[in-house]
Design a protein around this ligand. Structure first.
Ligand code: NAD
Length: 367
């Protein structure tokens, strides 16, 4: 197959979908790989390294979309890329369809095969491609939250870990999955008082076993969220219902009860956000204030630590990418249920029930 890797054009996105080691593997399997010039620069991978690995460098993303049968990206295609999506072309990337009807409609019309990183799920029920990005976003959410708590960024002026004689910050994490657990680990390491809320009691049981003593677990329900939101210095939104729009667990009324200068980091913003007052932001302008609460809602948090993120992402996407390139998406999906779960839209038809439900569109299972 001809595999194409365009440079990401989303604002402040520095990751790239394939690293030179991946190019070498693709070539070993008999594929040709086109890489847009400069695609790896944000991740400190110069064009020469791609060339040495055997990639063919091209000048524009248009050439990639025109020639490639299989396009590998990091983030969803953007409006500048829409006109170049070709019928039958496989596009393998994070799509997060539930957050955008425009993208969903465009992909349906384009008749591409959209395989979404975020809905690939393995035999253990894990999301192997989302996981490393969630690990990074979870860890970074505390790094960013600590910064937002400072006075110059309109925070409460609280040091996350406090000092002897002065209490540490109260960190409230809603959703105790990969993002939540990683956020808790880092916040606890700083010495903050941490609460994790989840609807899955087995997950809470596990977290209770592995987390240090300054982390407590709580069942996620409206009453507990209301109480914890009012007490929080930093509130992390980290819920996920696969494929669906994130549930709104923190209402506007709850935000109004938060302390002035408290901070919300809504990591779930890529799925629409789990706080009613959240709206997407970028790394260049990551925060805004509403009801005197600092909101940080960056949709591509790992994009800011691209060296780490690119390698972490490329490590986990490559085996799936090689299977798809070697066998074609139909056989790859037949032989590997994880890939089947990644297929969201095929040639004009939505194949992911949660995505169809979000927009009230028809659904047809693939395979
Ligand atoms: N903004 C970014 O750059 C970025 C990066 C990575 C992940 N994310 C997003 O972060 C979110 C979390 O991802 P994850 O990998 O941790 O998912 P995960 O599946 O590992 O964890 C989600 C958790 O949310 C819990 N949950 C569901 N509904 C809940 C509710 N009402 N109250 C409390 N908990 C609830 C689930 O039980 C689960 O434990 C997703 O939306 C993901 O797309 C965003």
């Amino acid at each position: 197959m001809i595999v194409g890797v365009p440079k990401e054009i989303k604002q402040d996105e520095y990751r790239v979908a394939l690293i030179p080691a991946g190019i070498e593997e693709m070539l070993k399997h008999g594929h040709t790989v086109l890489v847009e010039k400069g695609a790896g620069l944000g991740s400190s991978i110069p064009d020469e390294e791609y060339k040495r690995a055997g990639a063919i460098l091209v000048d524009t993303f248009k050439e990639i979309y025109n020639q490639a049968q299989f396009v590998m990206k990091v983030k969803e295609p953007l409006p500048d890329e829409y006109p170049f999506l070709k019928e039958g072309q496989i596009v393998f990337t994070f799509f997060h369809f539930a957050a955008s009807q425009k993208l969903t409609d465009t992909v349906i019309k384009s008749k591409i095969v959209a395989i979404a990183y975020e809905t690939i799920r393995d035999e253990y029920g894990q999301h192997p491609i989302l996981t490393p990005m969630s690990e990074i976003a979870g860890r970074m959410s505390i790094q960013e939250g600590a910064k937002c708590l400072e006075n110059p960024t309109h925070g409460r002026g609280i040091l996350l870990g406090g000092v002897p004689g002065v209490a540490p910050a109260e960190v409230v994490i809603i959703g105790g999955g990969v993002v939540g657990a990683n956020a808790a680990k880092v916040a606890a390491g700083f010495g903050a008082r941490v609460s994790i809320l989840d609807i899955n009691v087995n997950r809470l049981r596990y977290l209770d076993d592995i987390m240090p003593k300054n982390v407590v677990t709580l069942m996620s329900n409206t009453q507990n969220i209301r109480g914890k939101a009012a007490a929080a210095d930093v509130l992390i939104g980290a819920v996920l219902i696969e494929g669906a729009r994130a549930p709104c667990v923190v209402t506007k009324e709850m935000v109004q009860t938060m302390k002035p200068g408290a901070v919300i980091i809504d990591v779930a913003i890529d799925q629409g956000g789990c706080v009613e007052t959240s709206k997407p932001t970028t790394h260049s302008k990551p925060t805004y204030r509403e009801y005197d609460v600092v909101h940080y809602c960056v949709t591509n948090i790992p994009g800011a630590v691209a060296c780490t993120s690119t390698h972490a992402l490329a490590n986990v996407t490559l085996p799936y990418a090689i299977a798809i390139a070697d066998k074609g998406y139909e056989r790859a999906a037949r032989e590997n249920p994880a890939i089947l779960k990644g297929i969201n839209i095929v040639k004009g038809m939505i194949a992911n029930k949660a995505v169809a439900n979000v927009f009230g569109l028809p659904y047809s299972a693939f395979g």
